[in-house]
Every structure is written in structure tokens, then in C-alpha cells.
Design a protein around this ligand. Structure first.
Ligand code: AMP
Length: 195
């Protein structure tokens, strides 16, 4: 799969594979970079914006870049509404488990219910990568164990971090994406919503 096909004309003429980049002014001293995957298929526009805003206000978290929103077919359990997915690159002073705790609090604040595996969800927040750390505990696995298999993660990830490499295999995200079967995915044009 060629991620360039998901870029708008505007982005192509800018010549950058990266999505909306924010200023790094005010970045946290001694912060670590982390990549967060966001997904929702229940009022997805509203829930993704709320999650983004809560992340931006969270103490110790400084968002650096927001990917575009992508509409994607549900994965695993297909008889449900389409998802909107995005990736946020952030800098954080939080330790990995603290960051996971913050994401889970945000999920709870947005009313996430875990009714069934792969089922509809108000919001799903995953730590895709935390500074290249490789970790395997009961609560947290880093990098996220499924990220290299999912186009709906890799495409927005490339938008915020085009040079990212998988911490275990060392393979660039672009190469990982090229190995995946094509999937139905379309960028969502909602600049006012996400900006
Ligand atoms: P999910 O239902 O996909 O949101 O999975 C949530 C569970 O995955 C939680 O119990 C987390 O403790 C666990 N988990 C393990 N690794 C991660 C990760 N990298 N990001 C988010 N949740 C994780």
C-alpha cells in the first residue's frame, strides 16, 4: 500500500508526508516522545475531538503533531459502523504506566464501555510507541503488539512521524505498510473539526 495516495493535493504540493505539525514551543523539559493511536466508531468526530482536547490539557503531556482523521472499516468484527482513526505524537514527562493510566482515565471520562472484544467503542486510546522502549508487562506492552499489522495505524503514524522505525524489527513504518494487504480507508476532510 502506498501511503501517498492518502495525501491531499494540498499536502502533496507542500512536499511533506507529515500531517499538521504544531509548534514545539513550550515542549516539556526532558520529555519523552510517544505515539498515541486513537479510534472511535460511536459519535467518532465528537469523541476524537474530546479525547484530543483532554490529552492536550493533561498535566505532563504536550502534543506535538496530529495526524489527519481516517475513516476505516472495522477490523476483526466487521458488522459495525466504520471507525475514525488518528495518531497523535506527543512529548510527555509521564512514565509509561502513568501515560497508560492517563489514557484510561480519558477513555473512562468519555464513557468507554468494554462490552465485547473488537466491538463498537466510544474511544480507544493506545500507546503505540514510547520513546522506542520495548516492554512486556501484564498491563502494558510496548511497542503496541499489533501496530505493524494495521494500515489504519501505520498510515496516520507516517503522517506525524515519517521516519519512525519499529523498535524491535528496526523496519521503517513505510516498509511495514508496504507489506500489508490493501484496505478500505479514506482520509476525512474535516480541518475545522480537528484543528
Ligand atoms: P483495548 O481493549 O484494546 O483498549 O486494550 C486495553 C488493555 O490493553 C488494557 O488492559 C491495557 O492494560 C492493555 N495494554 C497493553 N499494552 C497496551 C498499550 N501499548 N496501549 C494501550 N493498552 C495496552
Amino acid at each position: 500500500m502506498n501511503p501517498d495516495k492518502f495525501l491531499t493535493v494540498k499536502q502533496k504540493t507542500k512536499g511533506a508526508a507529515s500531517d499538521q505539525m504544531n509548534s514545539t514551543a513550550g515542549a516539556l523539559p526532558q520529555g519523552r516522545n510517544a505515539l498515541i493511536g486513537l479510534g472511535s466508531n460511536i459519535n467518532p468526530e465528537s469523541n476524537l475531538v474530546k479525547a484530543k482536547d483532554l490529552l492536550a490539557q493533561w498535566p505532563g503531556i504536550h502534543p506535538m503533531a496530529f495526524s489527519r482523521l481516517y475513516r476505516t472499516k472495522a477490523w476483526g468484527k466487521t458488522d459495525q459502523d466504520d471507525f475514525l482513526n488518528a495518531v497523535i505524537k506527543l512529548e510527555t514527562r509521564l512514565e509509561p504506566l502513568e501515560l497508560l493510566g492517563a489514557l484510561q482515565q480519558i477513555e473512562n471520562m468519555l464513557g468507554r464501555e468494554r462490552l465485547e472484544k473488537w466491538g463498537p467503542r466510544t474511544i480507544d486510546l493506545d500507546i503505540l510507541d514510547y520513546g522506542g522502549l520495548v516492554l512486556q508487562t501484564d498491563r502494558l506492552v510496548l511497542p503496541h503488539p499489533l501496530l505493524h499489522q494495521r494500515a489504519f495505524v501505520l498510515v496516520p503514524l507516517l503522517g506525524v512521524d515519517p521516519d519512525w522505525r519499529h523498535p524491535i524489527s528496526g523496519l521503517p513504518a513505510r516498509e511495514l505498510l508496504a507489506g500489508l494487504p490493501p484496505e478500505e480507508m479514506e482520509p476525512v476532510e474535516q480541518p475545522d473539526l480537528w484543528d
